[in-house]
Write a new protein. Structure first.
Length: 82
């Protein structure tokens, strides 16, 4: 259940940042480098890297910010019940 808690925590940080004019980018890719990062940050035994997050001001003109990914339509994964 704590994985869900982490996701909700990150979502709230991201919403709070957006409300303050900041942009975010969660980075789950960091988990593949857990051992390297843990060593650099001095993690205690039993601590785990879940993800990282970039926080700051986005540059809309930067080429890396122009990627638009395909999205499934809402109807493909949602059912609304009256």
């Amino acid at each position: 259940g704590s994985w869900l808690d982490y996701g909700m925590f990150l979502q709230n940080v991201m919403l709070a940042a957006r409300a303050r004019g900041l942009d975010t980018c969660p980075q789950a890719a960091f988990t593949a480098f857990h051992r390297v990062i843990a060593e650099q940050l001095g993690f205690e035994a039993g601590e785990m890297l879940v993800c990282g997050m970039a926080l700051g001001h986005a540059d809309p003109q930067a080429v890396e910010n122009s990627l638009v990914t395909e999205r499934a339509p809402v109807a493909a994964f949602t059912r609304f019940v009256d």
